[in-house]
Write a protein that binds this ligand. Structure first.
Ligand code: KG4
Ligand code: ZN
Length: 350
């Protein structure tokens, strides 16, 4: 290896992806992911027990795959980072137990890290050290948050988050009622390209003047989902065909409109000129295009990792681990516990 920086192994098991990444500094050496998403598809959502079992089976082979992809061996690893939360408890436990076993056997420091901070840190691998301060818009199946990132290793504060469904969850639920497979986000994205985004005026949650005052940076997607369901039901009752592409495009526009509006407002209000986008929904083509355009107009510099790094993976955990090692942050106690409700402001579990 050419660099003197430590080799960090990252392990992610908070939901349905078993991710193992290897990172040196801001360089990605390997990103191995095994997903159990197909096993959940027929249930229309992630089944925690099925996910935990799949992590157990995938853990060792995925670590082996990452090591051989990076052409290193376990004994080369200098530090380990693992998602400590938030996420599904049983799923988190598999990753944390594996990480502890590796750290003990290799006698290297272990960092139990925050999944959301890792989603932000991953852009180090694509575009180098993070600009700080920055605002981060994190949108995935489990979370939708606007974060103020002063320092990714210890100073991340939530500005707002969803008060009900996450953005990706809304995509998945609307896809389901349109008869599309799980996870629905990519299907809606594709279909929306064939429809008219102004065909149906769906509501923009928490954007009225009153809500703007109380919830300037919070999101709500549950009313939107219900509104789409009512619209579809009414058409069905009247025996009319459902213009699926128009519904998909109009729904997607409502989500994107709110996300972009609030993210840009957060940058302007806080005088921050860097916006980071992360999470599975960051793969959405309309969201990416609209953010590029609105950031350009408003003089905000946008950083978006490639879609493969936006969805859950181990590289993002290793990226945050590498930043922590670099900053001299103390590792977690070996006895630390996974926390399914870990608060966003807590980057590392002590
Ligand atoms: O970050 P992620 O892989 O897992 C969580 O931490 O939840 O995000 C998965 C979510 C799913 O809800 C999926 O439908 C959504 O990201 N997603 C998309 C797209 N690709 C994935 N949503 C909208 N458009 C997409 N292209
Ligand atoms: Zn995630």
């Amino acid at each position: 290896m050419t660099s003197d920086a430590p080799l960090v192994l990252g392990i992610e098991t908070s939901c349905d992806e078993t991710g193992v990444g290897l990172v040196v500094g801001t360089t990605l050496l390997a990103d191995a992911v095994a997903s159990s998403v197909d096993e959940h598809a027929r249930f229309g959502g992630v089944v925690p027990e099925v996910a935990s079992r799949a992590h157990l089976e995938a853990m060792t082979p995925t670590v082996q795959r990452a090591l051989s992809e990076a052409n290193v061996s376990l004994s080369d690893v200098d530090a380990i980072a693992v998602t400590g939360g938030p996420g599904l408890m049983g799923a988190l436990l598999v990753g944390v137990a594996a990480a502890k076993a590796y750290a003990l056997a290799l006698e290297v420091p272990l960092y139990g890290v925050n999944h959301l901070a890792a989603h932000v840190a991953v852009d180090r691998l694509e575009h180098g050290p993070l600009p700080e301060p920055a605002i981060a818009l994190l949108v995935s199946g489990g979370h939708s948050s606007l974060l103020m990132v002063n320092d990714i290793t210890h100073d991340v504060t939530p500005l707002g988050m969803t008060i009900d469904d996450a953005a990706g969850e809304a995509f998945d639920k609307v896809a389901r009622l349109l008869g599309l497979p799980f996870p629905g986000g990519p299907h809606i994205d594709r279909l929306a390209g064939e429809g008219r985004s102004d065909a149906i005026a769906f509501p923009r949650g928490l954007t009225s003047a009153h809500d703007q005052e109380r919830h300037p940076y919070d999101f709500s997607f549950s009313g939107l989902k219900t509104s789409v369901a009512r619209w579809v039901e009414t058409r069905e009752r009247e025996g009319e065909p459902i213009p699926v592409a128009d519904v998909a495009a109009s729904f997607q526009e409502a989500v994107v409109d709110v996300l972009v509006r609030k993210a840009v407002a957060a940058c302007q209000d806080r005088g921050v000129d860097h916006l980071l986008l992360g999470g599975g929904v960051a793969a959405n083509s309309r969201l990416r295009a609209e953010l590029v355009q609105r950031c350009n107009v408003n003089g905000i510099r946008l950083r978006v990792p490639r879609p493969g790094l936006c969805t859950d993976n181990g590289a993002m955990v290793a990226a945050l681990g590498a930043a922590l090692v670099e900053s001299g942050h103390p590792p977690s106690e070996m006895s630390f516990s996974a926390e399914s409700g870990l608060m966003v402001g807590q980057v590392v579990i002590p």
